[in-house]
Design a binder for this molecule. Structure first.
Ligand code: SF4
Length: 296
């Protein structure tokens, strides 16, 4: 608490964890939680939280009420179990304290290390807030997602599912890797959902018996040459049988035409046929001719 109060002087937003804010020592022999005891701790939380809320409120700063599935308070665990409901009630208790002190500059997070748990918690929170007439932004994340490919898949499964449902205002991908590795994943999630466009969108077919060139190789070369052109959609398709129709309205297409030749497309129109060896350079020339090229 003292740390939070000091930190509040120096940063724009302070995150507090309701589960740890007023520490309740777990009693292993507890069989019930009397309402009076529940409320007493509630009063203690109010007293402890008030100075921080007042400080943030008076400075025009923000607070994140960051509930974590793994560290729910003893009495929430006892009353609601280790459940999304317990997470939501924990957040609501802190929101009510903030509101009673006329402080509404709040962001809520309900992270869990399991995607289904965080999905359930955020969905329930969105429902509860709608029912209560609250409209606080939700900060999404799967906590302790791990590293590597699976850490990214797990984070995306949780974050993207909610964003696609219209739930969530800010996101964080938490990887057991240097923090700068988290940012491209966030950008990728937003771009894949069509919520932001921060890089070139590549459309490429998976290749099949009809493929007329080494698709992986060409996609790699096209990407190397064009990945700085934010805002464009570029397709690399193996053949003209299905390629042009499946380019999904890309701005430019590089499509296998016949052995040794590719066709360049602008939108749905075939612009020219060129030898495969000149394909990437001709694609660049076409983008340049359209005035859409910028030097890397
Ligand atoms: S676009 Fe052509 S080469 Fe690519 S997967 Fe479809 S049919 Fe095969």
């Amino acid at each position: 608490m003292k740390i939070a109060l000091e930190v509040a002087k120096h940063v724009d937003k302070v995150r507090i964890n309701p589960g740890l804010y007023v520490f309740e020592k777990p009693k292993s022999d507890r069989t019930e939680y009397a309402q009076t005891e529940f409320d007493e701790i509630g009063d203690k939380i109010f007293e402890t939280l008030e100075p921080l809320v007042v400080s943030l409120r008076d400075q025009g700063k923000a607070m994140r009420i960051g509930v974590n599935h793994g560290s729910l308070a003893e009495r929430m665990l006892f009353t609601y179990g280790d459940t999304p409901e317990g997470m939501v009630e924990s957040a609501l208790e802190f929101i009510r304290i903030c509101e009673s002190l006329d402080f509404r500059n709040i962001v809520i997070s309900l992270k869990a290390s399991r995607a289904p748990v965080m999905l359930a918690a955020y969905r329930l929170m969105a429902q509860r807030m709608a029912a209560l007439g609250m409209d606080y932004p939700l900060h999404l994340g799967v906590t302790e997602a791990g590293d590597g490919e699976y850490g990214r898949i797990k984070s995306t499964a949780g974050i993207a599912t909610l964003l696609a449902e219209g739930i969530g205002d800010t996101i964080r991908v938490s990887l057991t890797e240097p923090p700068e590795k988290e940012i491209p994943v966030c950008y990728g999630i937003l771009q894949a959902l069509g919520l932001r466009k921060t890089m070139v969108e590549y459309v490429a077919c998976p290749s099949c018996g009809r493929t007329l060139f080494n698709l992986e190789d060409v996609l790699h070369k096209v990407r190397e040459a064009t990945n700085h052109l934010t805002g464009l959609d570029i397709a690399v398709m193996g053949c003209i049988v299905n390629g042009p129709g499946e380019m999904a309205d890309a701005d430019y297409g590089y499509v296998g035409k016949q052995a040794g030749y590719i066709a360049l497309y602008r939108g749905r129109d075939e612009i020219k046929r060129v030898p495969e060896s000149e394909g990437v350079q001709e694609l660049i020339n076409l983008i340049k001719a359209d005035g859409r090229w910028v030097e890397p």
